[in-house]
Write a new protein. Structure first.
Length: 495
């Protein structure tokens, strides 16, 4: 899988640096708290939210169990509607397909709808190497692109920037990408939005090729769906003559009726709106030159580790994700460390379980991501498709420490334990032995209680990696067993 931020350190090191950036932390705190509060109010409006959440989970699980059937049905429906379907095993193949399709049009520039899938495969960089300019049209993605930056949030990629920083980026960089920013641009939201609108308008009207992702694909009709709040997506989907959509194979739903559930839960969980301002749906190509929509439509379906993830009975639930980003907005770790620390286009709790499955846990970055959580469970509580992220995090931690069977590139392999966890494995084995030998456990607890005054504040040796960022819990004056026997034992024996 592409999408790793080259040169990024493991999460602990990147997060340690990020928490020292007071501006970043202030930006994140303000933005995430605002979004989460609005989301809570929007969700509370629905008495049947819990039922919708369960319905979304069931639809996604059913689809994943029968993914092969629905993908074939989707291909047949898209083809019947005039589109062309391409299959990409990995990021490199997807990039080659898209690059070839753009070159066949004779064009050297494209406009893009916000798409996590194209970021995942590194499409913009691949197109640039082929001499093709890819222009992001989502406001936040535009800010990231003009600032030579990286996205740090699924829904709001420029969440780490404040208005003053955005004004400076527009003033300095817009002229190099097209229409310059107006003279005397201030940091008021209205002026920043108008500057972006004027800058992008000429690109919309000139572009012959558009590239998008999709929030959903409907198998029975071959319909693709994009939900957005700005209208840039509608422009990219209707104005260009050629549309190329790059979509992960898990974004499929069986029927048109299934959309009813997700078009209620996604807006509320992401932007805290009852409905997205723009919900664009298209099936195949337009019938006439005067009709809205592309005259040529290509759908590139990418695997890129998804079938490997599907083979994991615990981890596959990550494929339910509808990219609402609600888990990021409630995560105390994300709020303090920011998205860049995750070293992937998928940050936050969902990134901590999705990236290590799509890419594997061989790299230092990916082996550290399952530990980028306090396991508080807030992410599970807000997830609109009930992904038990803490469960998957613990599952992946076990894989990192213990190794074991896994599926990589379609083959069943046995992973070796990651380096640096020998002490942890030894400690867990010792704890496991003690828990199945009650006498030894009881004796150890009593010794620990009686020697508590001599206990260090931090652990020695490899244990320093744990206690360097945590307070070492104090051992109680007596074990619970002894306390219970002293306070309740005689009463119970006298019954």
């Amino acid at each position: 899988m592409s999408g790793t931020f080259v040169g990024m350190p493991a999460f602990p090191e990147a997060a340690h640096k990020a928490v020292g950036n007071t501006t970043l932390r202030a930006n994140l705190r303000h933005a995430t708290h605002t979004i989460r509060d609005k989301r809570a109010k929007a969700v509370a409006e629905l008495d049947d939210w819990a039922l919708l959440r369960e319905a979304g989970k069931q639809i996604k699980d059913h689809t994943l169990r029968h993914l092969d059937t629905y993908l074939v049905q989707l291909e047949e429906a898209v083809t019947a509607a005039g589109g062309v379907v391409h299959w990409a095993t990995d990021a490199d193949e997807a990039n080659r397909i898209v690059t070839r399709l753009v070159k066949e049009t004779g064009e050297s520039e494209v406009v893009k709808v916000k798409s996590m899938a194209t970021q995942e495969i590194g499409l913009n960089e691949a197109l640039e190497e082929a001499g093709i300019a890819a222009y992001e049209t989502d406001l936040a993605e535009l800010i990231v692109q003009l600032g030579h930056d990286r996205p740090s949030h699924i829904l709001v990629p420029a969440i780490h920037r404040n208005r003053g920083e955005i004004r400076d980026i527009f003033a300095k960089q817009m002229g190099e990408w097209g229409r310059p920013a107006p003279e005397g641009l201030t940091d008021t939201p209205a002026e920043l939005a108008e500057a972006a609108r004027l800058h992008l308008r000429e690109k919309f009207l000139r572009a012959k090729v558009g590239i998008s992702g999709a929030n959903f694909m409907v198998a029975e009709t071959g319909t693709l769906v994009v939900v957005e709040s700005e209208g840039n997506g509608r422009m990219c989907l209707t104005l260009p003559e050629t549309l190329i959509s790059v979509v992960g194979i898990e974004k499929i739903v069986p029927t048109w009726r299934d959309l009813e559930v997700f078009l209620q839960t996604l807006p509320r969980s992401s932007t805290a709106e009852r409905m997205n301002p723009y919900t664009s749906m298209w099936t195949g190509t337009s019938d006439t030159e005067t009709a809205d929509g592309p005259r040529v439509f290509h759908l590139v379906l990418i695997d890129n580790g998804r079938t490997d993830t599907l083979a994991d009975e615990v981890g596959r639930q990550a494929l339910r994700c509808i990219r609402c980003s609600a888990c990021l907005n409630v995560c105390p770790v994300y709020e303090r460390a920011g998205g860049h620390a995750y070293g992937s286009v998928y940050p936050g709790p969902i990134g901590a379980i999705l990236s290590p499955q799509l890419r594997g846990t061989a790299s230092e970055i990916d082996a550290s991501l399952p530990y980028a959580s306090s396991l508080c469970g807030a992410c599970y509580e807000v997830c609109p498709v009930a992904i038990d992220i803490p469960e998957v995090l613990v599952h992946l931690r076990e894989r990192v420490v213990q190794g074991g069977p896994a599926t990589r590139q379609g083959n069943r392999v046995v992973l070796k334990p990651a380096k640096g966890h020998a002490a942890e494995r030894a400690a867990m084995r010792a704890a496991g032995w003690a828990f199945v030998h009650p006498g030894a456990l009881r004796a150890g607890q009593r010794v620990a209680s009686r020697t508590r005054r001599f206990h260090p504040r931090t652990l020695p040796g490899p244990g320093r990696a744990w206690s360097a960022t945590r307070d070492l819990p104090q051992v109680p004056a007596e074990p619970f067993r002894d306390w219970w026997q002293r306070t309740h034992g005689k009463k119970e024996s006298g019954k």
